[in-house]
Design a protein around this ligand. Structure first.
Ligand SMILES: [Zn+2]
Length: 386
């Protein structure tokens, strides 16, 4: 059973009714049922009924390959009468990466019971068996965590007396790229999220992590007294709205645009970074929240820093001791040539710059329990350092 943090859950009914501006919006119907993706985050690819109670979906990425095979799908099934239905999803240039999530109302989500779906051996096809029902059913690669949810969360956060909201720029489709900032200090910590639309677990982790940083504990207060915080939780709002696998509306992976800065989303963040650089505000840490198959933290090699124990090793070791049952990897790597956020911050500032990846199918309660621990240890370790 998945349950979203209550703050975000409240908006799901609204989300379900919202009309998507996606170019991919589509529907198909038979005498027994209608399928559509006319809501934020909805994307059913192409669908066609092969009989009154069987639907075939062709799920394709938003752009021509190569693209990361994070095959997103999200649609609503509306039966016209109670009848069993078979839904077959065929993935083109991708595979059945996510276990199907279902929701009666767009609010409470759960993973579909394993007896109700099959995945072909080559993972190119997912077949769902839906029991007879007359009420609509949402079916989605992951639970929906879309623009309205972020809007609501950011409004709540912005009511914190130390935070102010700033629109850094606009996406290609005109959505605001919103940041929350604390007062300027000598040192700054950057927290980024949702460059990749399907990476919902990273979004959930970021929310719990950030909420912990803004609690009223001695540790969090002391941390905020020393460090300025810059939060940009939703870098790719157009991709999230349209139900993309990876890209923004410019056909770019935004996490490969740190350096070139060719897209309005990354450009708008770069302007803020330049502004802080011009005032000699020193970046100390960058965390970029994502999702992948298994929770892992991509960071630099220990020898990339001139200190006996680098931040990431120290942080993750301490956090791990407090949650021995939470499966995650400390995954240091030599900087690759990829123009991602991590490499940009390390090569520009020589600071720990970490891709914070949460597993796709990690229990959502575990995300809520462990993210505050990662946040507290991050604050402790940074405060101990010069
Ligand atoms: Zn990602």
């Amino acid at each position: 059973m998945i349950s979203l943090p209550s703050l975000w859950k409240a908006s799901a009914a609204v989300v379900a009714l919202a009309v998507s501006s996606s170019a991919y919006a589509d529907y198909c119907e038979s005498s027994l049922a209608l399928v559509d993706d006319n809501f934020s985050g909805g994307n059913l690819g192409v669908c066609e009924f092969s009989s009154a109670n069987s639907v075939e979906f062709t799920i394709t990425p938003e752009d021509a390959p190569p693209i990361n095979p994070s095959a997103w799908y999200s649609f609503r099934l509306s039966p016209k009468q109670a009848t069993e239905l078979t839904l077959t999803l065929t993935f083109v240039d991708g595979h059945a990466r996510y276990l199907p999530k279902i929701s009666d109302d767009g609010e409470a989500w759960r993973t579909l019971e394993a007896s109700h779906y099959t995945i072909s051996e080559d993972r190119s096809t997912l077949t769902l068996l839906i029991e007879a029902r007359s009420a609509p059913l949402f079916i989605s690669a992951q639970e929906l965590l879309v623009n309205d949810d972020y809007e609501r969360w950011l409004r709540t956060l912005a009511s914190h007396p130390e935070l102010s909201n700033r629109t850094l720029g606009r996406s290609i489709d005109g959505r605001p790229i919103q940041a929350l900032l604390t007062e300027k200090k000598a040192e700054v910590v950057y927290l980024f999220g949702r460059q990749h639309p399907p990476e919902v677990t990273g979004g959930l982790a970021m929310q719990s992590f950030v909420d912990e940083v803004f609690t009223d504990t001695a540790l969090a207060r002391q941390f905020r007294e020393r460090f300025m915080l810059v939060l940009v939780p939703l870098i790719n709002p157009d991709g999230v709205e349209a139900g993309h696998w990876r890209h923004n509306l410019g056909g770019r992976d935004l996490n490969r645009d740190w350096g070139p800065f060719t897209q309005p989303e990354t450009q708008s963040i770069k302007r803020l970074i330049d502004e802080l650089d011009a005032e000699s505000i020193a970046p100390k840490l960058m965390l970029d929240f994502h999702s992948t198959q298994r929770s892992r933290f991509y960071t630099q090699m220990p020898e990339d820093f001139d200190e006996p124990l680098d931040f990431a090793r120290d942080w993750l070791e301490r956090a791990g001791l407090q949650m021995p049952d939470f499966d995650f990897l400390y995954d240091p790597r030599k900087p690759s040539g990829q123009e991602n956020t991590k490499n940009y911050f390390y090569s520009t500032y020589h600071i720990p710059a970490i891709t914070y990846e949460i597993g796709d199918e990690v229990d959502r309660h575990d995300i809520q329990k462990t993210s505050p621990i990662f946040a507290r240890e991050m604050m402790r370790v940074l405060l101990e350092r010069e």
